[in-house]
Design a binder for this molecule. Structure first.
Ligand SMILES: [Fe+2]
Ligand SMILES: [Fe+2]
Length: 193
């Protein structure tokens, strides 16, 4: 359903489980970035009613996820700490087409967000199925469902504001690029992506 072109290396989840503190901290910042990017879209495309009305509750949801990850960190007496350099998002950002029409720029942002949701969803599923901590299993299962919904929402929004054929074509390019990015980053147990 996610259409990702490169499945996560099955070794990742074992390494991630051993570094779960790093994963949780990185994850908290992923949720913060998800909320922030929706806020940016709302401010930048404030004239698009459906986009504003669709993304506003997602901001609240992502911030709710941030709060829940923070709660897991506190519960385990882990340290929240500073954000880490997000190589994955930096690389994805490099693929965003500069220029073009305003709607083309919107498409780029929506597809990038959809991709991050899809990959997060895939990783949350791996965590929910494979880690020993029962509470985190359940936690990641719930978040997986939520991020899958966001993934669909971003794609649908893109298809609403731009020719769906063009969106589909560009989506394939994004998927191919993302697979390449992930392959080059390799397996990191201290990062969600
Ligand atoms: Fe989230
Ligand atoms: Fe999300």
């Amino acid at each position: 359903m996610l259409h990702l072109k490169l499945p996560t290396d099955p070794r990742w989840v074992g390494i991630a489980e051993m570094q779960i503190e790093d994963i949780l901290v990185d994850h908290a910042y992923c949720e913060q970035k998800a909320a922030s990017s929706c806020i940016s879209l709302i401010l930048r495309f404030n004239d698009l009613d459906e986009l504003v009305d669709t993304l506003t509750p997602i901001v609240a949801e992502e911030w709710g996820h941030f709060e829940r990850v923070l709660e897991q960190i506190r519960k385990r007496s882990m340290k929240f700490g500073f954000p880490r350099k997000d190589e994955y998002v930096i690389k994805l950002n490099e693929f965003v087409k500069k220029g073009g029409s305003r709607m083309q720029q919107l498409t780029e942002q929506l597809l990038m967000n959809a991709l991050i949701e899809a990959r997060s969803c895939e990783r949350f599923k791996l965590l929910s199925k494979n880690i020993a901590d029962a509470e985190l299993q359940k936690f990641y299962y719930e978040l997986m469902i939520s991020e899958a919904g966001h993934y669909v929402t971003f794609i649908e929004l893109a298809r609403k504001y731009q020719d769906p054929e063009k969106v589909n074509q560009r989506w394939q390019e994004w998927l191919t690029y993302e697979a390449e990015v992930l392959k080059n980053i390799g397996i990191r147990g201290d990062r969600m992506h």
